[in-house]
Design a binder for this molecule. Sequence first.
Ligand SMILES: Nc1ncnc2c1ncn2[C@@H]1O[C@H](COP(=O)(O)OP(=O)(O)OP(=O)(O)O)[C@@H](O)[C@H]1O
Length: 285
Amino acid sequence: MLKISNLHKEYPGGDLALRGVNLELKKGEITAVIGPSGAGKSTLIRCVNRLVEATEGEIILQDQDINKLNKKELKNKRRKMGMIFQEYALVERLTVMENVLSGRLGYVSFWRAWLRKFPQKDINQAYQLLERLGLQEHINKRSDHLSGGQRQRVGIARALIQDPDLLLVDEPTASLDPKTARQIMRLITEMAKERNLAALINIHDVLLAREYVSRIIGMRNGEIVFDGSPLELNKDTLTTIYGEEDWDNLNKENNIKENNTSLKGGNDFADREQSEIQLAASASN
Ligand SMILES: Nc1ncnc2c1ncn2[C@@H]1O[C@H](COP(=O)(O)OP(=O)(O)OP(=O)(O)O)[C@@H](O)[C@H]1O
């Protein structure tokens, strides 16, 4: 459903952020993008929705080349791309419900949008999503009165109410505590699976990526240097992506976690959470 070919991005200052990226995503495929700072992860994600204009290359989303769309065509295409960003991008003074419904702005007429009069079915869907995301008690709260985790849930609801085919997720957990980060990652991946959405998730936390997605792309210096399953992330592949480091600890800790999980039937959340908190602290960045 998404095919990226030979994608290059050179920023005005001369930074080569992408150097010939090729990537294909099938319907329903949830993929994490990992890699060191400056590897080009955000640029890749932002080129797909043209928040950043690529210098060269093709991005075919459901048979249309994104880079060749005019303004109106791009607006229509963006309806099918749900975006979830680290900085939430909510309208602070609007309520949770209003922020979620803004995900439908691309579907309603100018006057309905201007008057913020949304069809009842959109309102019903917003209620359902907010309940599913555990925000039912905050529906009428202003967005700037929410915690980071709650804001990110609003962002997820707003992206999903668009009825997208593809989710573009840029560092969704970067400013959250480890427990909330896990919850957010779980919600994003669960809800994408339920709706059979493809997703591209830029995430620094290797362990979260490894736990929640089935495919991982590793980027370094604007290129894809790894494309495989979480099981293939080992000392060698991590070195290819990030460079030399004592990766043994990461793998050792993860093995301990896996052994604990299998011995205890995978239900001892207290232990798992504790182990992950330590690991997240050592692995992120
Ligand atoms: N607006 C910009 N103008 C100029 N150069 C930029 C711009 N945005 C990013 N870059 C450069 O492009 C390269 C890739 O940046 P990008 O933000 O895509 O990397 P990243 O892998 O997402 O990094 P991080 O994980 O730190 O967010 C870096 O060298 C960065 O300095």
